[in-house]
Unconditional design. Structure first.
Length: 325
């Protein structure tokens, strides 16, 4: 029997080291093996004079990385395996911190889905390239969890109250919106991505980004920014809901947003609002430490087990939260 291909492959092109995420059937859901392989590679390149920059990309046409392997986390929690849960989140968050403090240019090429853990291995890097096919989100409140992977640091630092809106609702944004709000740094048409990848691994290296980046089209968030600021800049979660209920100028958006929040885990919403508030005043390492402690507890809650069941196991999309909303 042939050995299975590793879910992360590495190669060197010129002075650029390339990480290929290659777990396409799982949309590159980030499992512990992938985290360990990425960490090992980045640590090895850190002081290697032959490596001047790093590029992380996906072999999947559908996803950069669909998130952390939360099905495996749920399974470990259900069997009471605290060691496995702790090991996963500890390794993942350490990788996020490593990327954020990496001494060499780190470019993520986001074409397709980048959710949850997918943002953890991209947003903390020095350059985040998105295409018109990119779709970014932190959807954790819909599965009984909370925005982690350092999101409590980067979400509150987005313009206005956009970070609170994205963290609480799990709203997906396009590549154009990602550039507009700072989640991404460069917009490149998908048709130009192969040429950009080739140049990134050639003599030009990261300098090629400026030649391929184009102005992003208008963002779908733009029209809603005033309402997002009015509603999500509230001092507490109850006031957010009250302001959405009273919003007149952008009524259709407010109704849709209220519906999303009412379908999310009530406990997750409360945890997320408080977490973002703390993160706005903390350093990244402090945020990751806070998230680790919270993740170890939340993984064993009924809402997490139920949320993952409804979204990824039975896929009935009908979670029964405790307490019910």
């Amino acid at each position: 029997m042939e050995a299975a291909e590793p879910p992360v492959r590495t190669r060197l092109g010129g002075g650029t080291a390339v990480i290929d995420l290659d777990r396409p059937k799982a949309l590159n859901a980030l499992d512990l093996t992938m985290v360990q392989l990425m960490t090992r590679a980045l640590e090895g390149w850190r002081t290697d004079p032959a490596v001047t920059s790093v590029v992380v990309r996906s072999t999947s046409p559908k996803a950069f990385c669909s998130g952390g392997d939360i099905r495996a986390v749920r399974a470990a929690a259900l069997r009471g395996d605290d060691a496995a849960v702790t090991a996963y989140f500890t390794a993942e968050y350490a990788l996020n911190a490593l990327i954020a403090r990496y001494p060499k240019p780190y470019t993520a090429l986001i074409d397709g889905y980048a959710m949850g853990g997918g943002l953890g291995i991209s947003v903390h890097g020095s350059a985040r390239v998105v295409t018109e096919r990119a779709s970014l989100a932190m959807p954790e409140t819909s599965i009984g969890f909370f925005p982690d992977i350092g999101a409590s640091y980067f979400l509150p630092r987005l313009p206005g109250a956009v970070g609170w809106y994205l963290g609480l609702t799990g709203a997906r944004v396009t590549g154009a919106a990602a550039v507009a709000c700072g989640l991404a740094t460069h917009y490149v048409p998908a048709s130009a991505l192969p040429a950009l990848e080739e140049e990134l691994t050639g003599p030009a290296g990261p300098a090629a980004l400026d030649r391929y980046a184009t102005a992003a089209p208008p963002s779908e968030l733009s029209a809603h920014l005033p309402a997002i600021e009015r509603c999500f800049a509230a001092p507490d979660l109850g006031e957010v809901m009250a302001r959405l209920a009273a919003e007149d100028a952008d009524r259709e958006w407010a109704d849709t947003t209220l519906d999303v929040l009412r379908r999310a885990s009530p406990a997750s919403l409360r945890i997320t609002f408080d977490l973002l508030g703390r993160g706005a005043r903390a350093a990244l390492e402090e945020c990751l430490a806070d998230e680790l402690e919270l993740a170890r507890r939340t993984a064993f809650t009924p809402d997490f087990a139920e949320g993952v069941r409804a979204a990824l196991v039975d896929k009935d999309r009908k979670p029964a939260w405790s307490p019910a909303p």
